[in-house]
Design a protein around this ligand. Structure first.
Ligand code: ATP
Ligand code: MG
Length: 656
């Protein structure tokens, strides 16, 4: 897009002894008429071709300091063109300092959009103009969960569907101008039932991050009827506001996750703690449905002071309450003993009778759970009535644990690699080692949680010793898991063993080939959307980044796409600078990418140098021939001087 920004701002960077001097100018009103005219034509042309130029933000490429434009200045003065300005400054500085100071035109880059920015396309729900915009469909959310979570298909389907519907319905009603849900509306609050470490919390965290809604987690065991030290259930609602950076509107569409909910179920024996457990359930009734929660707690002097300060500054009272009507509550627990209750019910109803009744596993029974079983378990009717959706998660098998370890998106392995990467050590895992780790973890009966502990147990000695050695890579083999201390000793005795190095390199190259083989445009919607070519070099670069920086495929692809956009943005900058259109061939872009693969920050230096050389030569040719558009092929990147000389020669020869 040709933006006002791009049309109006010009900046010049003066480099001397590393110092940067920034100039701004070329306001809309001060623009040279010929320049404005030709820009309009260009904009029109861009629109016709569907290739409007990129929005660019200003900044010094060396230090990347944004350049501010003074509105006042631009209104008062009419600025010369950038070229004249550069020339005037150059002449002045040459007079004053001789040839020591050089004026370099500012190049500009588009604003970098990172996945964590809330505007990133992954985060599809957002408050826009007071209305919740929500455009994720249940199947899309389910597919996203499949990428990260192993097994738990039933729970994924229920969660994806009900959570999407919850937000979609709110968005729909808001759009219709109905800012309240119908009287008697029942929210899709959810109960998750499953043993430890099978993905209950993980699923909800993934969903909250995908939807971009604030999320808080608390433990039911911390609550008491009258509130635990520092607060009560309502504290979680207040925490949601903190999570939403104080944005109450946003917090009203958050998710509150309460773990260990089974611990507040009372037993039949109504004495002692059971009485207060029932009390906690009752305390939860209102927030689960709809209530206004005061944001200022009377016992919190800081929030009281904040309110006074806010009133002093704005003269307005702070919004004091947050309503829970749109907040989604998800509770979870292991519910041990629940399977037995279901078995008894089904048996008494004559369902499931037969030879296999007694041998059925818990998970078989849990699948038939009904609200009445949860009441039998020790919950109040009213409490269960406010949690109408039930999802059951299965235990993970040894193979499931292996699949978790093999998944490149699994935080278990990624996080361990990062631990070592922090010391400059590249950590790789052989498949055989992963199998053994899964098998060891399975013995511990704590689901995927055990994976972390078995990995820690095996790698702790390496994590202690290797940082102070020269070793900068480690391939975790089955032998290392079986005998960590022995293998570490061998490694330290002979760190440069060629066999070890060869093994690592072969492993690295195999991993790279696997990543490349799995790369396709279909898997990269952003690339597809922008019509960016995905050739072998770019695939190789993406794979290189995945391995070098432990990035996910998406992150690495997003980085490469960003660099390509940066290079392309020079086309617009170049036009701004000398009113000559250039277009980089894909091969030229690839050459620049390749040259910068070890240090992407040099991309700007490359483009800057190339632009300066091209500017001089192409301006000359335009003056001679009137040509205003030039292709920049790979040879121009390889040797810009030679390329320009050749063009000039051809131009002069054709004149003769
Ligand atoms: N099904 C799964 N697929 C992939 N990774 C999983 C799965 N289950 C658990 N994990 C991994 O194990 C970690 C712990 O899982 P999580 O916190 O979801 O357990 P949980 O079911 O909430 O257990 P608890 O009842 O003890 O809180 C997750 O962060 C994730 O890395
Ligand atoms: Mg949990």
């Amino acid at each position: 897009m040709v933006t006002e920004n791009m049309e109006n701002k010009k900046s010049i960077k003066l480099r001397r002894n590393m110092a940067c001097v920034k100039f701004t100018g070329m306001d809309k009103k001060g623009e040279h008429p010929r320049e404005a005219d030709s820009r309009n034509q260009e904009r029109e042309k861009g629109r016709r071709q569907g290739t409007e130029r990129q929005d660019v933000s200003r900044g010094c490429p060396g230090c990347r300091i944004p350049v501010e434009r003074s509105e006042d200045d631009s209104e008062k003065h009419s600025f010369p063109s950038q070229k004249n300005l550069e020339k005037e400054i150059s002449d002045y500085l040459t007079k004053k300092y001789g040839g020591k100071v050089k004026v370099i035109s500012q190049m500009v880059f588009p604003k970098q959009v990172r996945p964590e920015d809330s505007e990133f396309p992954g985060n599809k729900s957002a408050k826009k103009g007071g209305c919740l915009c929500f455009d994720i469909m249940p199947e899309e959310l389910e597919a996203y969960l499949h990428e990260y979570v192993v097994k738990q298909d039933a729970a994924k389907a229920v969660l994806a569907t009900k959570i999407c519907t919850h937000f979609k319905k709110i968005a729909y009603l808001e759009k219709k101008g109905k800012h309240r849900l119908p009287v008697g509306n029942i929210k899709n609050n959810i109960i998750l039932i499953g043993p430890t470490g099978v993905g209950k919390t993980y699923l909800i965290k993934l969903i909250a991050s995908k939807l971009g809604v604030p999320f808080v987690k608390g433990d039911a065991t911390k609550f008491s009827e009258t509130g635990y030290v520092g607060g009560d259930v309502e504290d979680l609602v207040r925490d949601l506001v903190k999570e939403a950076d104080g944005d109450i509107e946003k917090a009203q569409y958050g998710i509150i996750y309460i773990d260990e909910i089974d611990k507040i179920a009372s037993t039949q024996d109504l004495r002692g703690p059971d009485v207060s457990r029932a009390g906690v359930q009752r305390a939860l009734l209102k927030p689960l449905e709809e209530t206004d929660v005061d944001l200022k707690t009377p016992h919190d002097p800081i929030s009281q002071l904040e309110a006074i300060e806010h009133f002093r500054k704005t003269g307005k009272r702070m919004q004091k309450t947050i309503n829970t009507r749109n907040i989604l509550f998800i509770v979870s627990g292991a519910f041990s003993g629940l399977a037995e209750i279901i078995r008894k019910r089904l048996s008494s109803q004559g369902i499931g009778f037969g030879a296999d009744v007694e041998v059925k596993e818990d998970k078989e029974w849990l699948r038939h759970v009904k609200p009445q079983d949860l009441v039998e378990f020790g919950f109040e009717n009213e409490f269960i009535g406010r949690l109408p959706v039930i999802a059951v998660l299965e235990e993970l098998t040894e193979d499931d644990l292996f699949q978790i370890l093999k998944n490149p998106k699994s935080p278990v392995i990624v996080s361990k690699k990062q631990d070592f990467r922090a010391y400059g050590i590249d950590l790789k895992f052989e498949e055989d080692a992963l199998r053994l780790l899964a098998s060891q973890a399975f013995q511990e009966k704590t689901g995927a949680r055990a994976l972390v502990s078995v990995i820690e147990r095996a790698l702790m000695p390496f994590e202690k010793k290797l940082p102070s050695s020269d070793i900068d890579y480690l391939v975790v083999t089955r032998q290392i898991i079986e005998d960590p201390e022995g293998e570490l000793r061998k490694l330290l005795e002979e760190p440069d063993m060629p066999r070890r190095k060869n093994h690592y390199e072969a492993f690295l190259s195999q991993e790279k080939q696997q990543i490349i083989a799995g790369l396709s445009l279909e898997a990269l919607p952003d690339w597809q959307e922008q019509g960016t070519e995905l050739n072998d070099l770019r695939k190789e670069l993406i794979a290189h980044l995945c391995l070098k920086d432990d990035l996910s495929l998406e992150e690495a692809a997003a980085n490469v796409l960003f660099w390509i956009q940066q290079i392309k943005s020079y086309e617009a900058s170049f036009y701004n600078r000398c009113e000559i259109e250039i277009s980089f061939d894909d091969s030229a872009i690839d050459r620049i990418l390749d040259a910068c693969r070890l240090d992407p920050s040099t991309l700007y230096v490359h483009c800057e140098r190339l632009s300066s050389i091209l500017e001089y030569g192409l301006t000359l040719i335009r003056e001679k021939t009137g040509q205003e558009h030039f292709n920049v092929p790979s040879e121009a990147v390889d040797n810009p001087e030679l390329f320009i000389n050749r063009l000039i020669r051809i131009c002069y020869e054709s004149e003769k």
